[in-house]
Design a protein around this ligand. Structure first.
Ligand SMILES: Nc1ncnc2c1ncn2[C@@H]1O[C@H](COP(=O)(O)OP(=O)(O)O)[C@@H](O)[C@H]1O
Ligand SMILES: [Mg+2]
Length: 149
């Protein structure tokens, strides 16, 4: 996961990375790469926070790895303390970000998240995934160029 690591190196506290993609797309694997780029020690094991909902790691900055799969509505996400985490002093990486875009809230993501990096992952075949990376609402910053990778 070379490019995930490169992306991780470019992140700063307060950044929100929203991951979209089905089960098995590669969200947790990508998170692992990003965490590595954020300075998480090599041996640290990243697991889907499907039951814990939020895992906290300490890299260069606090890293919050969030899984919204089980979240049914805004109230549940509020109860989780998601807002404090997202707008806190760490880097947040969110699996199942689809949940932040409910159909009855078409004006944008919940919690008024404006600046974020959206990454959509699709399964091409057993060995290949397709990634679409879109920074939204972020002030000018040089992101790594993945075009040659
Ligand atoms: N970029 C990739 N290329 C090939 N296989 C991948 C890639 N990312 C993940 N996988 C494989 O896909 C499976 C599911 O990955 P995982 O990261 O757990 O998905 P998700 O968190 O989206 O459910 C794992 O077996 C993993 O090894
Ligand atoms: Mg996962």
């Amino acid at each position: 996961m070379i490019w995930g690591e490169t992306l991780g190196k470019s992140l700063v506290p307060g950044d929100i990375v929203l991951l979209f993609g089905d089960l098995g797309a590669g969200k947790t694997t990508l998170t692992h790469g990003i965490c590595k780029g954020l300075g998480l020690p090599e041996g640290e094991y990243i697991r889907s926070p499907t039951f814990t909902l939020i895992n906290e790691y300490q890299g260069k900055f606090p890293i919050y790895h969030i899984d919204l799969y089980r979240m049914e509505n805004l109230e549940e996400m509020e109860a989780l303390g998601l807002e404090e985490v997202l707008f806190g002093n760490g880097v947040s990486i969110v699996e199942w970000s689809e949940k932040l875009f409910p159909v009855d809230s078409p004006q944008g993501p919940l919690f008024g998240i404006d600046a974020r990096i959206e990454i959509r992952i699709t399964y091409e075949n057993e060995f290949q995934r397709k990634f679409t990376i879109q920074p939204v609402g972020l002030p000018a910053r040089s992101f790594p160029d993945f075009s040659l990778q």
